[in-house]
Design a protein around this ligand. Structure first.
Ligand code: ZN
Length: 111
């Protein structure tokens, strides 16, 4: 998925009634929120809260090479889902990007 595709998929997961603007053909114009989940850790908190409300707990660990390992687990169960493939994330990439991938994988929205 491109980052833009990820942003739209996350926005739709948060607001299922999100509509494409008929004038600008965008999901992030006019009265819509800017879509910056993959680049802004603060923005990623809202998707993380959605998963938390469903019982998922976020696990994020920085590896010694600076990449992020990121996934969600359900405490008290063996269920682990949405593991971001840490090899996708070099030292220059952000935790927000890894969280976005893990979020979408946990909800089965990753393509
Ligand atoms: Zn618009």
């Amino acid at each position: 998925m491109t980052q833009k595709e990820q942003e739209i998929a996350i926005a739709k997961a948060l607001s299922p009634d999100l509509k494409l603007c008929p004038i600008h053909h965008s999901y992030s114009c006019c009265n819509r929120k800017s879509l910056n989940y993959t680049s802004d850790l603060n923005a990623m908190m809202e998707p993380c809260k959605l998963l938390a409300s469903k019982g998922w707990r976020c696990e994020a660990n920085m590896e010694t090479d600076g990449t992020w390992e990121c996934f969600f687990t359900k405490p008290d169960t063996n269920i682990t889902s949405g593991r971001a493939d840490a090899t996708h994330y070099g030292a220059g990439d952000t935790l927000a990007l890894a969280l976005a991938e893990a979020f979408l994988k946990t909800l089965g929205l990753w393509k």
